[in-house]
Design a protein. Structure first.
Lengths: 345, 289
């Protein structure tokens, strides 16, 4: 494979935000086997886990989708967003309102919420074209700060439920299936997650993905080659918002409740932490990042209940110091070292 | 009219605090091209150090200057120990390191000093000298920040070290060639930023009260002010912060409810950024293709 000789000297030292060259941990057949094995484990999981662990597993999948959405924008397109909690909120509220006001079934509400977020994301991405780097970060951050306040606003309380929020019905288990509602929402989430990861995997490797990456690495050069920056960047924003919006929709269904306080701007930072710790511009990194942001706070609390977040921060620094390219990058280095050491190469 | 003048001065006083935060942010940005999201928590921690010393019975102004000195040292050490090892990592990773510092300081402050809200004394007498127009603390804040800005201006423009620091901000490679210790200048930038932040923390603490979350709003305004004025221009950042302080306060008084103030301020900034993407006084970035 072409990844056999990678000269570490040629790796960029000071790369643009989120730069990671397109490299794969596993290749060809072994990758397919790994993915299928993981899916098999994921299907067995709800039958062996307790109720709380199952809820956590669902949360991991939801975070993985949300982080993947952010990764498409920040990792592959180089647009830093500190405002993705806003799209999470939009997706969640869209699902809640569609269900309550219009009686829409959940399986239709999930994609509809995604499309609504796609539209908003595209519209937000358009003015964001003028902004780069930290100016964009500030603009998206404003969105994250403003949206919960808007959701609390009295004028639209009859739809959003104001400070109290809204209750969402848990998806009913289809008749005849021997699973509990908790297991069912897990399977719904798992199905959506697999579909979206598969779509993202294909998207970033196809011509659209190459255009998006080219715009990140050198916008002028990409434009000279005929890539329309405005359309592609806005669309990336839209797709990214759609992913995160669908994650929001799933979280509304799994928690059965939406409220403005669930979408504090801190959630945006959590998503960014997940994306970076997992590995920017990697598909699997989103999954690793989701594991980190769901489980490490628990681990930190067990280590010290007084200074939980200090321990969390220490974990964060540790990961970045040991693996500057995130866990996906770190694992991949490990694999390469092991492969280099293996005899017969 | 009295209300207007009073709110104008309150806005200027708040703006002065935002300006100190903005200046601290610009200090680090100019030398390392990084925006320190943990600046607010560093300032908060400094304010706690001052509070602890005041509790031990140290006179206010002695505690004030010791805190500045301690914060300076902490800033230099933070650059040495935490930031330098990741200087070559991708930008986003460095961002997460800042976030790590943010949560660690926040959590440590809560653990050591407690999360309950504390009263932080103002060094200025209670009874107003200028009637209803401006409180003494507001006046004192404006005066101290003004003096600090003058001192920094003098340092950057009239001392050899200041010249070296400006040089490092412009071109690190050339500075190395003429024998400037670039590493030390980067550390110095962090130390100065921490010291400036400490002043801001101690001045805002009597107004917003002391607790681990006190700087979050201030930091956002400081950032917004810096970006509004132009993040590569220290004096633009100061002017931007002052404008922001006044506009935010007047808006909160006359137009909208206090809760929405932050949102409205941010929306205004975005509107301005859409017209002038590099801030009001910022340089347009021209890149060679």
């Amino acid at each position: 494979m072409s990844t056999a000789t990678i000269n570490p000297v040629l790796e960029p030292v000071k790369a643009p935000p989120g730069y990671v060259a397109n490299r794969a941990i596993l290749t060809g057949g072994s990758r397919q086997v790994t993915v299928l094995a993981l899916i098999a484990v994921a299907i067995v999981l709800p039958f062996v886990l307790g109720e709380y662990r199952l809820f956590q597993a669902t949360q991991v999948l939801i975070f993985a989708v949300a982080i993947l959405g952010l990764n498409i924008l920040t990792g592959y397109n180089g647009q830093i967003s500190v405002g993705h909690s806003a799209f999470l909120a939009m997706g969640a509220y869209a699902t809640a309102i569609l269900g309550i006001e219009f009686g829409m079934p959940y399986w239709l509400a999930i994609p509809t919420s995604g499309l609504i977020c796609l539209g908003f994301g595209f519209l937000f991405g358009f003015p964001a074209l003028r902004l780069q780097g930290f100016y964009l970060a500030l603009a998206t951050f404003s969105l994250a700060v403003a949206l919960p306040q808007l959701l609390r606003y009295k004028g639209i309380e009859q739809w959003t439920g104001g400070v109290q929020g809204l209750f969402v019905d848990k998806p009913a288990v289809p008749a005849g299936l021997p699973v509990t509602p908790d297991q069912w929402i897990y399977f719904v989430t798992l199905f959506v997650t697999i579909a979206l990861f598969w779509a993202a995997w294909n998207l970033v490797r196809g011509p659209v993905g190459r255009a998006v990456i080219a715009l990140r690495d050198h916008e002028v050069a990409a434009e000279v080659m005929g890539i329309r920056a405005s359309i592609f960047k806005s669309l990336t924003f839209g797709v990214s918002a759609m992913y995160t919006g669908i994650a929001g929709s799933l979280s509304a269904l799994s928690i059965q409740f939406v409220a403005p306080d669930s979408f504090h701007m801190f959630v945006s930072v959590t998503l960014l932490v997940g994306a970076v710790v997992g590995g920017v511009a990697t598909i699997w990194g989103a999954f690793l990042g989701a594991l980190f942001v769901v489980f490490i706070p628990n681990v930190a609390e067990q280590i010290s209940s007084n200074a939980t977040w200090a321990v969390y921060g220490a974990f964060l620094l540790l990961v970045i110091y040991l693996m500057p390219n995130g866990m996906a990058g770190g694992l991949e280095d490990l694999f390469r070292r092991l492969r280099a050491r293996a005899p017969g190469r | 009219m009295d209300l207007f003048i009073h709110q104008l001065f309150t806005g200027l006083s708040n703006g002065a605090i935002y300006a100190s935060m903005a200046l601290a942010i610009v200090m680090i940005f100019r030398t390392t091209n990084l925006k320190n999201f943990a600046q607010g928590e560093m300032a908060m921690f400094s304010a706690f150090i001052a509070w602890w010393m005041l509790g031990l019975g140290v006179p206010y102004w002695i505690a004030f200057f010791i805190t500045i000195a301690v914060s300076f040292v902490i800033g230099v050490l933070a650059e040495r120990i935490l930031i330098r090892p990741v200087m070559n990592a991708p930008l986003l990773s460095i961002l997460i390191v800042f976030f790590g510092i943010f949560v660690i300081l926040h959590s440590l402050a809560g653990w050591i000093f407690g999360y309950e809200v504390k009263v932080f004394p103002s060094p200025f007498p209670e009874e107003a000298v200028f009637g209803t127009y401006i409180t003494n603390h507001e006046l004192g804040t404006i005066a101290i920040v003004g003096a600090m800005l003058l001192a920094i201006y003098a340092f950057l423009n009239f001392t050899k070290t200041g010249l070296a620091m400006r040089g490092v901000a412009e071109n690190q490679a050339s500075c190395k060639l003429v024998g400037i210790n670039v590493n030390w200048m980067l550390g110095l930038g962090w130390g100065l930023a921490a010291a400036i932040g400490a002043v801001a923390g101690m001045l805002i603490a009597p107004v917003v009260y002391l607790d681990p979350s006190m700087m979050s709003g201030v930091l956002i305004y400081g950032f917004a002010g810096a970006i509004l004025g132009g993040i590569d221009n220290p004096w633009g950042a100061v002017v931007g912060s002052l404008i922001l302080g006044v506009v935010e306060n007047l808006l909160g008084t006359y137009v909208i409810e206090t809760e929405l103030r932050l949102s409205v301020a941010l929306v205004l900034i975005i509107a301005i950024l859409l017209i002038r993407p590099n801030g009001i006084f910022g340089r347009t970035i021209v890149s060679r293709v």
